[in-house]
Design a protein around this ligand. Structure first.
Ligand code: APR
Length: 241
């Protein structure tokens, strides 16, 4: 990748791979999350209608796992970049954990929802939620026992897509970290970035389905690749200042 000193607006897309070294399993590795359950059972509206207790317990466990995990060097490096870049950095994550926020990044867009959020299907209110939902607690706003995980399931529309495309439209650089490029619309963001003339960089453990669309792909662990890349960006900006 050429000199980074003309980079201002950065959009970073992250996937499960950035949280793998924090102990949160990815989806499509052989020990992946779905192995324990068919996707249809735990990540679709039909699965929730069919067996709400199974789905509530599945995400109750995700909430426990997320709270037990800690940000790793990749999250912390992006937090350091955010501290210097502020609103010219947007992190769009497919992950439902809060490790970006706990790693110091404040401008994070969870396009697939959040494990630590509950959504009331009666009054549409959303609540920070650290406990369980399996016992049908009442919604703090309307009192109805209609809270579900605030997760975007297959077949549902990811959150805040307009904001994401607007940010990509302004981007000088699009960086994809720890995602297999298997699920749309996130897998199509790199094509949109190229269309608007942004440079594209992929940081991943292995080549992904979208690798051939990136100007550059660096292979390795996120906890090594991300701090190295952030160091390059900050060094180039120091030259600029
Ligand atoms: N460092 C960097 N990359 C890693 C690491 C690591 N330590 N460990 C795994 N990876 C890479 C894998 O090589 C893989 O390409 O992270 C990617 C994880 O891919 P997936 O398991 O498919 O996860 P993700 O791309 O986030 O899935 C996208 O699919 O199931 C839905 O909604 C779910 O948000 C999820 C979406």
């Amino acid at each position: 990748m050429g000199a980074m000193d003309d980079i201002r607006n950065i959009v970073v897309l992250t996937g499960a791979g950035i949280s793998a070294e924090s102990g949160l399993r990815t989806f499509r590795a052989d020990d992946g999350l779905w192995e324990d359950h068919p996707v249809e059972q735990v990540a679709t509206p039909a699965g929730f209608r069919c067996d709400p207790d199974l789905v509530q317990r599945f995400y109750d466990q995700r909430r426990v796992d997320v709270r037990a995990a800690n940000p790793n060097a990749a999250h912390l490096a992006l937090g350091e970049l955010y501290a210097r870049w502020k609103d010219e950095l947007l992190i769009v994550t497919q992950n439902i954990d809060d490790l970006h926020e706990r790693g110091g990044a404040a401008r994070v867009l969870h396009m697939h929802g959040e494990a630590l959020s509950a959504w009331c299907t009666t009054c549409d209110a959303r609540h920070r939620w650290f406990g369980t939902l399996r016992d049908r607690p009442p919604c703090p706003v309307c009192g109805q026992a209609s809270l579900r995980p605030d997760i975007v399931w297959f077949g549902e529309m990811p959150y805040r897509m307009g904001e994401i495309y607007a940010a990509i439209g302004r981007a000088d650089l699009f960086v994809s970290i720890g995602t297999s490029g298997a699920v749309y619309p996130a897998a199509g963001f790199v094509e949109e970035a190229r269309r608007v003339g942004a440079r594209t960089l992929e940081l991943n453990l292995e080549r992904s389905l979208g690798s051939n669309q990136f100007d550059e792909t660096r292979l390795g662990m996120a906890s090594t690749l991300v701090p190295d890349w952030v160091g390059e960006i900050l060094a180039s900006q120091a030259l600029r200042l």
